[in-house]
Design a protein around this ligand. Structure first.
Ligand code: PLP
Length: 400
C-alpha cells in the first residue's frame, strides 16, 4: 500500500451515510410511512430537500460566463459585502470587519486552523462537537482538547474556564472553536449571560485567543442570537473573533461549497491579515472558491425584494423546525436531558448509544449514535412522525 504513515490502512466510514442507506432500503421494503429516517443533516420535507424559491428564482439570471470564470482568491467583492450584510443584519459590530471567501464552512475551519495555530497545538472545543473537527486537526497535525459543554442542560462555564487556563499554561496562543447558536449535534445555544461570562473571562486571561465562531446554523436560530455580534466590540485586542458563515444551510446551497470567514478587530491590520493569509491558503489548496454560489449570494443581497421573499420563506421553515422540536420534546421523558434551543438537531444523552441506536432500528427508526448520545435530525423528520420517535427513544432508554 502507498499511503503515508498517518493514513495507511484507514477506511472511510460515515455512520450517517450507512444508517441513511439502511433506512432507505427498509422504506423500499415496508413503505416510506413506516420508517423514520432521522439521519440526514439537511432540511427536508416529506423526504425531499427544502430549497428557497426566492433563491432559486435568481439562478436563471446569473451570467453563464461570470459563473464559469475564476473569482479572486479573496472572493468576489460583491459576495464579500453580501455575506457581511446577511450575517450581521442589524447587528453590525463597530470595529473593523473584513470577510474572505472559503470553500464551505468546513473549508473555513480548515483554513483558519492551519493559519492560526502551530503544528502540534491544542485546539479547544466542546466534548459534544461536529466530527470533522477531529479530521481537520489530525490531517494537519494538531490536537483537540475538550471542555465539557454541559452541566445538566446548561453551559458548563467552569469546565470551559478550567480547560482554557490549563491550555494557557502550555500555549501562549489559543484557538477556541465554538459552535453556536443551534449547535450540531445538540441544538444548544450560548445565552447572552453565557457570552458575558466568556467575554469577561477571556478579557482577563493572559493569552492570545482566536475565538472561532462556527455559525453554520445561525440562520435557523432566533434572530436575537445575532446580538452577540455587537458584544464582540467588548473583546480586548488580545482576542480575535472570526465568524464562520456558510450558505450551505442559510441559503440551502449545501453542495455549492461557499462560505466566508469574517474577522472583527479594532486593528485594521489584523483583519487585513486574515484576508491575505486565507487567500494564500485558498491559492495553495483548492484555488478560488466556487463562483456560482458567490454570484448567487451577491445577487440575493442586491435584490431587496427577492431578499424579503427569502426571509419570509426562511421564517416559515424556522417555524416548521420549531413545531418539529415541540412535537419531539413534548413526548420525550423528563428524565432524559435534552439541551435543545434551536436548529436542525436534537441529541438525547445515552450511556450506550450504539445499542440504543440498534434497538431503535428494530422499530424502523434510524438515528445517529454519537459518543455520548443519539442524534435526532429533526431537520429531516416530518412533524407527525416525531412523537412516535420520542416514544421509542424513551422506551429503548428505559425512561417511561
Ligand atoms: N460546522 C458545523 C457544526 C456543521 O454541522 C457543518 C455542516 O454540517 C459545517 C460547519 C460546515 O458546513 P459546510 O461546509 O457545508 O458549510
Amino acid at each position: 500500500m502507498f499511503a503515508n504513515t498517518l493514513k495507511s490502512g484507514k477506511v472511510y466510514f460515515d455512520s450517517i451515510l450507512v444508517n441513511n442507506t439502511e433506512a432507505k432500503k427498509k422504506a423500499e421494503l415496508i413503505g416510506q410511512d413506516k420508517v423514520i429516517n432521522g439521519t440526514v443533516g439537511s432540511l427536508c420535507s416529506e423526504g425531499s430537500l427544502v430549497t428557497f424559491d426566492a433563491v432559486e428564482s435568481l439562478i436563471p439570471g446569473l451570467n453563464p460566463k461570470q459563473i464559469s470564470a475564476y473569482t479572486p482568491m479573496q472572493g468576489l467583492p460583491a459576495f464579500l459585502e453580501a455575506v457581511k450584510g446577511l450575517c450581521f443584519q442589524s447587528y453590525f459590530p463597530k470595529k473593523h470587519v473584513k470577510s474572505v471567501a472559503v470553500t464551505g464552512g468546513l473549508g473555513g475551519i480548515r483554513q483558519a486552523i492551519i493559519n492560526y495555530t502551530e503544528v502540534g497545538d491544542l485546539i479547544l472545543t466542546s466534548d459534544w462537537h461536529w466530527g470533522p473537527y477531529n479530521t481537520v486537526a489530525e490531517d494537519n497535525l494538531r490536537k483537540i482538547a475538550l471542555f465539557r459543554l454541559f452541566d445538566g442542560n446548561r453551559f458548563n462555564f467552569e469546565s470551559f474556564a478550567e480547560t482554557v487556563e490549563q491550555t494557557a499554561r502550555l500555549q501562549k496562543k489559543i484557538f477556541l472553536l465554538i459552535n453556536t447558536p443551534a449547535h450540531n449535534p445538540t441544538g444548544f445555544s450560548l445565552s447572552p449571560e453565557d457570552w458575558d461570562k466568556i467575554i469577561d473571562f477571556l478579557n482577563n486571561t493572559d493569552a492570545q485567543f482566536v475565538l472561532f465562531l462556527d455559525m453554520a446554523y445561525i440562520e435557523f436560530a432566533p434572530e436575537e442570537q445575532k446580538r452577540v455580534f455587537q458584544k464582540l466590540d467588548l473583546l480586548k485586542p488580545h482576542i480575535f473573533p472570526i465568524i464562520n458563515y456558510s450558505i450551505s444551510k442559510g441559503l440551502a446551497k449545501y453542495g455549492f461549497r461557499v462560505a466566508s470567514l469574517i474577522g472583527v478587530h479594532e486593528d485594521v491590520s489584523v483583519v487585513n491579515e486574515l484576508s491575505d493569509i486565507i487567500a494564500i491558503s485558498n491559492r495553495g489548496n483548492y484555488g478560488c472558491v466556487p463562483s456560482m454560489g458567490q454570484y448567487l449570494t451577491a445577487a440575493l443581497w442586491e435584490n431587496k425584494s427577492v431578499l424579503a421573499r427569502y426571509y419570509k420563506e426562511k421564517e416559515h421553515w424556522k417555524n416548521v423546525l420549531k413545531r418539529r422540536a415541540e412535537a419531539f420534546l413534548g413526548h420525550i421523558h423528563p428524565d432524559l436531558p435534552v439541551p435543545y434551543e434551536s436548529g436542525f438537531f436534537i441529541s438525547v444523552k445515552s450511556d450506550n448509544p450504539k445499542a440504543h441506536a440498534d434497538a431503535l432500528k428494530e422499530e424502523n427508526i434510524y438515528l445517529v449514535p454519537l459518543k455520548d448520545g443519539i442524534r435526532v435530525a429533526i431537520c429531516s423528520i416530518d412533524e407527525e412522525k416525531l412523537p412516535a420517535a420520542a416514544d421509542a427513544v424513551n422506551r429503548v432508554m428505559g425512561a417511561r
